[in-house]
Design a protein around this ligand. Sequence first.
Ligand code: SAM
Length: 215
Amino acid sequence: MKKQKKIFLKFEANNFYKRNIKRLSNVNYEKHQIFIELKNYLKKNKKKINLLEVGCCDAGLINYISKNFKNTKCNGIDPSLLAINSKKNLDLNLKVSTADDLPFKNSSFDILIYNFCLYLSDDEDLFNIIYEANRVVKKNGLLFIYDFYHKNTKYVKYIHRKGIYSRKMDYSKLFLWHPKYELIKIKKFKHKNKNVHFKNKNLNETRLYIIKKNI
Ligand SMILES: C[S@@+](CC[C@H](N)C(=O)[O-])C[C@H]1O[C@@H](n2cnc3c(N)ncnc32)[C@H](O)[C@@H]1O
């Protein structure tokens, strides 16, 4: 099977962005679960924070964070050049790349965010994805992972293109097997989208994890 990463880099990431331009411009980031949690942390923190969102699409979330917390330098990567270019004049550092290949130096970030991005990654890339996360996050850094959940790992057909699958799993498992990665918080939600992906009630759970890297 052709790797999903290649398909996203070639056209599907741009297609996702084009399909969602209107919805993305109407997101209320003040009520976004990652912003709500991050706010508590950033308010207490006085030092300069370097933050990366992986799979940031049009960078709406990190743009909002950057505007509200001036001591935060926001970086983002996404396979869509179109999405990245939509915010190219702002004070954000945005690059085209994928989760398994983060174009940044070791120990660069205090915070790493995956906001509904890991579910589209290839199984074959998962080791590289956690290697890259561990490499770029500083000691005592935080990971925010918000994504689809299923306790047994399920693959669901992606409705927009044949041959692509979404993976629903417990994404905290990617890091929490390691003795020096610690679960700080977990929040559980039901996805409200009524489309075919979520008709089955067993498949509509989403989870937000905050995980600390103690090494
Ligand atoms: C559902 S969107 C979420 C976008 C954004 N985080 C948000 O919540 O608005 C999924 C994003 O992941 C990106 N993506 C797909 N495969 C990826 C990969 N292997 N690595 C990083 N990002 C990927 C897509 O281009 C898309 O922008």
